[in-house]
Ligand binder design. Structure first.
Ligand code: ADP
Ligand code: MG
Length: 754
């Protein structure tokens, strides 16, 4: 018989029927697919599953002992005849679970009191007790659990059922489906493992395996499916995590190496250009952090290969100034710089604040403008055709040295005169592909330098995976003179009067000349809900909850009630861009302006980058409907000026609930890194990785980006040095295949989404 290979189709190994069931339910097609379908956990022989921990609606496999068997008779509604229903109560010693079988009373012969088995099915609730209807099961040999004090492992006889043939003390429990119970998967795995050769081509080079004491691939695969001990499992898991981290880091290292080889025009400061004129105008001194990151960026820009840098820093840490200095450096050297913003509101705001910061420097050719100035163009999807045409002309002629805009900039017909730098604000909303679309707009074969800014602080390992092809700079300090933000939870269920107090605080602040935000999780009103409504909610809690509070349903209530007398504006994602811009402009204009706004009622459109230093209070309604990082971002909108900020998180959640604990965490710390960690720990891994890496569906099964820092760091080093030695991976063919498979998957994912 020909030797089994990982790429072999399961059809040939297991037969068509089993192969089909594995494919339909679980998407497993090749031998490798099956072997990389790892057990979710291991049932310990003699140790019953904790039944209290089962979640309703989940497909579970439990080890339990039959406690009670009853046959009940009932009338079948369809036939009108009497029939038997078998009710089997199984227990873990404390809690229990009911197994129900209709018209299968013969099963009472084998499901006898005291027997231990694995039972598999979907948990439902009936008559207030949890049950499995028609579960799949397999019984362990006919013996009761050993008496107390006797080691369960020594006393259990070997199973005679063939499915448990190889199961040692640890019985693998697989993610399963109704068609494919865990032990059926186990027996399929057994068949495959029996034919697996002793040696397999390994994606991890021997030197790396030796350096980190990793078992070889066949050894790890055998151990993960048929472990003799927990130690076996641990060693195998480490090795299999390495597989995932190493393949991903190899892809990223290849991208870095390839990107570093691309040509770029070096852009160096002239020493007496716009940059210096701008710095002379700055009303504040740059922080040491801003200066240092500035030097790093200037160094990058001076090279003949493109910069790929991520600039992260707390909300308000002054990233925009850093970016603007880089942009001016490029303009001084004769090139153009573009700032790409995720929303129209933000693009417009950037345009306003950059033009204001530049003053006469942004008015070249205009009366009163500066000779050395440059044009600042704004290009967004909603601008009138005439304005868009003018902007595109200025961009193509080079008249505009600085270009600010949204996705509209990515369109093919937008041509640059000489694009030298792309700044992407708030990267999490842009994909790698979009960065690439802009990168293609540089002159000749050159690539622009790229600076990505994000205000969501990213733990190191996430940066190494999601943004693994970027170098990372971090602004750690806030500019001096920043006022602290006090954050409090307003628990309206326990303290109903506190909400009124919150509105009074707004009245107070406005009386002192300040401004306020009230943020809602939903828009409300008629029509489809807009972009800013889908705030993450606690999935377990969504069922019985009322819909989130909606801004449109509160406008009258507030203006005729607790906010009477204040000038109130509304901002949400379903407004036309012109109305949005108008609301933002009036809010930014402030109380002294004739059409200024005191209080802005809004959805999360204010989340990113909005900068109104005079705003000092923020009330977040239904705050528990927002994620931790999102709340941190939101409150970054206040306390940006000379006056202390106050953020009130209004919630109905009772103390001690996870939602309430999240809010308490936000109130307790202003450390964005800490909060981002809390946030990420609560999400599923795919969400942590974000859209750009969600192709990791099958590529990141075992690796947890937050937990496995050591594996990620080490595999990054190893992958980088391998790629430098052997860029095409000629010496590690199995790795080359795995890399190709990952890229395929990414591509497929991208096509699916676009
Ligand atoms: P970020 O984009 O990092 O959230 P911004 O760049 O919008 O922060 O800066 C927030 C505010 O702080 C802006 O009003 C900006 O002008 C101001 N600012 C930036 N750097 C300094 C500094 N070194 N000293 C004082 N204020 C600063
Ligand atoms: Mg910003």
């Amino acid at each position: 018989m020909a030797e089994l290979r990982l790429t072999d189709s399961l059809k040939n190994v297991l037969g068509a029927a089993t192969a089909k069931a594995l494919d339909t339910g679980l998407g497993l097609r090749s031998v490798e697919d099956l072997l990389r379908h790892y057990p979710r956990r291991y049932a310990e022989r003699g140790q019953l599953t904790d039944l209290a921990a089962l979640e309703v609606d989940e497909h579970v496999t439990v080890m339990a002992r039959v406690q009670k068997v009853d046959t009940r008779s009932y009338v079948d509604r369809r036939t009108g005849r009497r029939a038997d229903r078998l009710e089997v109560v199984v227990t873990d010693g404390t809690g229990n679970l009911t197994l129900t079988f209709f018209k299968q009373s013969w099963r009472a012969k084998e499901l006898r009191e005291g027997r231990v088995g694995l039972f598999s099915g979907k948990v439902t609730v009936f008559n207030r007790s949890r049950q499995l209807t028609h579960p799949d099961y397999v019984l362990l040999p006919d013996t009761a659990l050993p008496p107390e004090g006797v080691s369960a492992l020594d006393d259990m006889p070997t199973a005679d059922e063939s499915v448990l043939r190889y199961a040692g003390a640890l019985i693998p429990v697989y993610p399963a489906t109704a068609q494919m119970a865990s032990w059926k998967i186990a027996s399929a795995v057994d068949i495959v493992l029996d034919q697996l050769p002793e040696q397999l081509e390994d994606p991890i080079p021997p030197a790396t395996r030796i350096r980190y004491g990793l078992p070889d691939l066949p050894g790890a695969l055998r151990a993960i499916h048929r472990p003799d001990s927990r130690d076996d499992v641990t060693a195998a898991r480490t090795r299999l995590r390495w597989d995932e981290a190493f393949v991903l880091q190899t892809v990223l290292a290849q991208r870095r190496v390839a990107a570093a080889a691309l040509p770029a025009v070096p852009r160096s400061a002239t020493g007496e250009g716009l940059l210096e004129a701008f710095e002379a105008r700055l009303p504040f001194t740059l922080t040491d952090g801003q200066l240092e990151v500035g030097r790093t960026i200037a160094g990058d820009l001076g090279r003949t290969h493109p910069m790929h840098r991520l600039l992260q820093g707390e909300v308000g840490s002054g990233k925009t100034v850093v970016a603007l200095r880089a942009m001016l450096t490029v303009v001084d050297s004769g090139g153009q710089a573009v700032l790409l913003a995720p929303t129209e509101v933000l693009a417009q705001q950037h345009h306003r604040s950059i033009t204001a910061m530049l003053g006469p420097l942004a008015e070249r050719g205009l009366l009163g403008g500066s000779d050395q100035g440059t044009g600042v163009a704004l290009l967004t999807g909603s601008a009138s055709t005439a304005r868009r045409r003018q902007a595109m002309l200025d961009i193509a002629s080079g008249e505009a040295g600085i270009v600010i805009g949204t996705h509209a900039l990515l369109e093919e017909k937008v041509q640059f005169f000489d694009l030298g730098l792309v700044v992407v604000d708030e990267q999490h909303r842009f994909g790698v592909e979009q960065r690439a679309a802009l990168a293609a707009k540089a002159r000749d074969d050159n690539r622009p330098h790229v600076l990505v800014m994000t205000a969501t602080p990213i733990p190191r390992t996430v940066a190494m995976t999601v943004f693994g092809d970027l170098e990372v700079s971090t602004l750690t300090e806030l500019p001096a003179g920043r006022s602290p933000i006090a954050t409090h939870v307003v628990p309206v269920t326990e303290k109903p009067t506190y909400l009124a107090a919150a509105w009074e605080r707004i009245q107070q602040h406005v009386a002192e000349g300040r401004q306020a935000y009230v943020v809602f999780p939903r828009i409300g009103g008629d029509g489809a809900e807009g972009e800013d409504t889908d705030v993450p909610t606690d999935p377990a809690a969504t069922e019985k909850r009322r819909p989130p509070l909606a801004v449109l349903e509160w406008v009258d209530r507030l203006t005729d009630g607790p906010l009477t007398g204040l000038r109130v504006g509304v901002l949400h994602g379903r407004m036309s861009p012109a109305d949005k811009d108008d609301a933002m402009r009036r809010f930014a204009a402030g109380p002294s302006s004739p059409d200024g706004i005191d209080v802005l009622l809004s959805t999360t459109v204010v989340e990113v980058g909005v900068d109104v230093p005079n705003a000092t209070v923020m009330v977040v309604m239904d705050a528990d409907r927002f994620g931790v990082s999102q709340l941190h971002q939101l409150r970054g909108r206040i306390g940006r000026g000379a006056h202390a900020g106050l953020c009130l998180l209004v919630t109905e959640m009772p103390p001690g609930t996870p939602a309430r604990q999240r809010l308490d965490a936000v109130a307790a710390t202003s450390d964005g890194f800490e909060l981002s960690r809390i946030d990420l720990e609560q999400r599923r891994e795919g969400d942590v990785l974000g859209a750009s890496q969600s192709g990791s569906r099958s590529s990141l099964r075992m690796l947890a980006v937050l937990r496995d820092e050591d594996v990620i760091v080490a595999s990054r080093e190893e992958a980088t040095s391998l790629v430098l030695r052997d860029p095409d991976l000629a010496t590690v063919p199995a790795l080359a295949r795995a890399v190709a498979a990952l890229l395929d998957e990414e591509r497929a994912d991208y096509l699916e989404k676009s």
